[in-house]
Design a protein around this ligand. Structure first.
Ligand code: ADP
Length: 305
């Protein structure tokens, strides 16, 4: 079993206890899912497709990927460019973010259609998100859609987290249209209810599921924080209760880690409910710690806090 995740990994500067000092890390929505899959599913091979520069920080990012059991064979290197960066501010326990990503090499990850098809050829499941789409120019987006169509036609599974981020799009209209286009191409769609409510006006998580079901998506999993996860698989519909964490510290990457559990469940057993339960266990740990990448063990206990 082989998963190919596609998107942007950024350098992260997170505040330390020492005022004015920051710790360097690496994170990004689809990358986080790849990282949790690589860490918790040793039976699944994980590759990441992106573009980086040829500078020291790009090298460090690749070293981090390889050290995390993520295959970097499909990381394209663009001479003279670099990776995106974000910095976390902490103000009375509240996190806010500053981004420097508009010139990131990752924006060119889908310039080469041959590289896309070659990477997808090796995979059983291809995973991407609304953020992956938001950073691409229209031609690259078309390349990605064509490659995904081809992958679907040759029997591969395509999984998509809508991850609506209007600030990354020229207009909300374009965001919504492109998201729905991508959903049509996907076998699995993994939206988060609060974002979908804000931009598509869904009145509850079931309405979100039904909107994607209506355009023909077979498998849908709607996340809704500590509220029940709403799903559909092969015409079967239902909800899975979430055990609320009592000590939530930071929900960064809750959805990303949850997706890793769902994808592992679908790949291993074609069982969406088993996957949702696995995703809930994993995300239920992740929200108890600060940061995107929490070093959970294979039994989903946190190795260090
Ligand atoms: P996103 O990060 O995409 O907004 P959500 O906040 O909806 O995602 O959460 C994703 C998953 O993380 C939920 O389906 C649930 O399994 C888990 N989760 C989120 N918040 C909590 C919580 N307070 N207690 C336990 N699990 C949670």
């Amino acid at each position: 079993m082989h998963v190919l995740a596609i998107g942007e990994c950024m350098a992260e500067l997170a505040p330390t206890k020492q005022d004015g000092e920051f710790k360097l890390g690496f994170a990004g929505d689809t990358f986080n899912t790849a990282w949790y899959l690589a860490r918790t599913a040793p039976d699944i091979e994980v590759s990441y497709l992106t573009a980086v520069g040829d500078d020291a920080i790009s090298q460090k990012m690749r070293t981090f990927m390889k050290g995390s059991r993520i295959n970097d064979a499909h990381v394209q290197v663009i001479a003279g460019e670099s990776v995106g960066l974000y910095l976390i501010h902490l103000n009375n326990g509240e996190r806010s973010f500053s981004y420097w990503r508009s010139n990131a090499a990752a924006r060119r990850l889908a310039v080469d259609p041959v590289a896309l098809e070659r990477a997808m050829d090796e995979a059983d499941l291809i995973y991407f998100s609304g953020i992956t789409l938001a950073i691409l120019d229209p031609k690259s987006r078309e390349n990605l859609f064509n490659a995904l169509r081809h992958a679907r036609a040759s029997g591969k599974t395509v999984a998509f987290d809508t991850n609506l981020r209007p600030r990354l799009w020229p207009t909300v209209k374009e965001m919504k249209a492109t998201i729905m286009q991508a959903a049509v191409l996907s076998n699995i769609v993994l939206p988060s209810y609060d974002d979908e409510a804000a931009w598509f006006g869904d009145s509850n998580a079931r309405a979100t599921r039904d909107r994607y079901a209506k355009i023909g998506v077979a498998q849908i999993v709607v996340k809704d924080g500590a509220k029940p996860v709403v799903y559909q698989q092969a015409g079967k519909r239902g909800e899975v209760i979430v055990e609320p964490a009592t000590d939530v510290v930071d929900t960064t990457a809750a959805g990303d880690s949850f997706n890793a559990g769902v994808l592992a469940g679908i790949l291993r057993q074609n069982d969406i409910v088993a996957g949702i339960k696995q995703g809930c266990r994993l995300a239920g740990q992740v929200v108890r710690f600060t940061g995107a990448l929490i070093p959970v063990d294979l039994d989903q206990k946190v190795a260090r806090s």
